[in-house]
Design a protein around this ligand. Structure first.
Ligand code: FES
Length: 190
């Protein structure tokens, strides 16, 4: 994004700014203040207005597209042992970290809730006991494995560990893709 903005600035704003400065320099350097005609005045006024408008557009562009970083996503998040669901129960959901912890026979998984198809948030479907993406209908089982819909792969995994007190630490900055499920992906909780 920063690179894009730099390019935008370089292509549009910078040449105009340079031209404006050169014009001012000419006016002062050649004693042109005396020859400061109505035409020159209008030209500089229009040029200045264009620069101001473009700067406002660029500012709005930056404001609109600047990523809204949530404070927790991308960091390690500790989930208290008391919040960890029992085997076979509905998953624990962490809004700030954008993940579920689901506990199965093989162990627990931390599933990133972003759909691998086009990025929608995938909610848990309590009635069916699986995850249903509302956007294009992809369905994932309790291991996050796609069982229907257009998604190209299972839900992504976040790495996690368990401390001595039984709390689970999920690293929301360490997300990995996978092509299927194997038991070694799960963390057997104490
Ligand atoms: S974004 Fe989930 S199925 Fe398309």
């Amino acid at each position: 994004m920063v690179a894009l903005l730099r390019t935008l600035f370089g292509l549009v704003l910078a040449p105009l700014l340079v031209r404006f400065v050169v014009l001012l320099g000419r006016l002062q350097g050649h004693g042109a203040m005396r020859r400061y005609t109505r035409r020159t005045f209008l030209r500089n006024t229009v040029l200045g207005s264009v620069i101001v408008v473009l700067a406002q557009i660029a500012g709005g562009f930056v404001y609109f597209f600047w990523p809204n970083k949530t404070s927790a996503f991308g960091t390690e998040i500790t989930v208290p042992a008391s919040a960890i669901p029992a085997v076979g129960a509905a998953p624990y959901v962490n809004q700030a970290g954008k993940f579920y912890i689901i506990n199965n026979e093989d162990g627990a998984l931390a599933l990133y809730w972003k759909c691998p198809h086009l990025g929608c948030t995938v909610p848990w479907n309590e009635t069916e006991g699986d995850f249903h993406c509302p956007c294009h209908g992809s369905i994932y089982d309790r291991h996050g494995v796609r069982i229907a819909g257009p998604a190209p792969r299972p839900m992504d995994l976040m790495s996690m560990t368990q401390d001595a007190s039984g709390n689970v630490i999920v690293n929301t900055g360490n997300i990995s893709e996978r092509s299927g499920y194997s038991p070694d992906q799960a963390l057997k909780l104490r």
